[in-house]
Ligand binder design. Structure first.
Ligand SMILES: O=C(CO)[C@H](O)[C@H](O)COP(=O)(O)O
Ligand SMILES: [Fe+2]
Length: 222
């Protein structure tokens, strides 16, 4: 079953509660929260206080994407703030296995993410342990960038490995996802489609979610 995760990075932060309520009522599956520290990526965005503020206003699972250096230092804080999934970047973890185990000690799902330039081989050892692998389809740091088409074979390769080894992690894609690229990624094997500007950047969110849902629904159930 393919899932949609709107990224609040493109929401209107001055009216975040209404923005979240709106997409929740339109039947999305997760809320994607982009945490950026100005070091791992050039941008600075949301911290644990915002995650904590969002938690009581939605039933959606909070999918926290940590684009920060030293994520180990903040895992406990984001767990306490209400994260349902915590995804760290392979490139930010000196001891990735330890970091993943640290996330899994808490009652949250553990994800690992790869920048476009980082090969799957760097996370091969951790694949049996993770709940989710996030393939970045843009260079992380900003919303509204163009989908990097060369990431499609990477998604396919990861889906093939999952199949060959009977792993059960979910594959998430993030960056430049719209109705067209959502279709391509779903076909390649992605389970969760993150979309920021293609949902919150649109005036008609109902139409935006509906078109993405329609484009991926032919792969539902596979
Ligand atoms: O992690 C991210 C950027 O680093 C965001 O989740 C992503 O960019 C979503 O925005 P858009 O759908 O507009 O590309
Ligand atoms: Fe993200």
């Amino acid at each position: 079953m393919k899932k949609i995760a709107p990224s609040i990075l493109s929401a209107n932060f001055a009216r975040l509660q209404e923005e979240i309520n709106e997409v929740e009522q339109l039947g999305v599956d997760y809320l994607h929260i982009d945490v950026m520290d100005g070091h791992f990526v050039p941008n600075i965005t949301i911290g644990p206080l915002v995650v904590e503020a969002i938690k009581p206003i939605t039933k959606l699972p909070l999918d926290v994407h940590l684009m920060i250096e030293n994520p180990d230092k903040y895992i406990h804080t984001f767990v306490k703030a209400g994260a349902s999934i915590i995804t760290v970047h392979q490139e930010a973890c000196t001891h990735l296995h330890r970091t993943i185990q640290q996330i899994k000690k808490h009652d949250v799902k553990a994800g690992v993410s790869l920048n476009p330039a980082t090969p799957i081989s760097t996370i091969q050892h951790i694949l049996p342990d993770v709940d989710l692998v996030l393939i970045m389809t843009v260079n992380p740091g900003f919303g509204g960038q163009t989908f990097i088409r060369e990431m499609v074979p990477k998604i396919e390769a990861l889906a093939q490995i999952r199949n060959d080894y009977h792993y059960d992690f979910l594959i998430e894609v993030d960056g430049g996802i719209n109705e067209k690229t959502a279709f391509t990624c779903a076909k390649a094997g992605a389970d969760i489609l993150v979309a920021g500007s293609a949902i919150f950047g649109q005036e008609d969110r109902k139409h935006a979610i509906h078109t993405i849902r329609q484009s991926i629904e032919r792969f539902q159930g596979e």
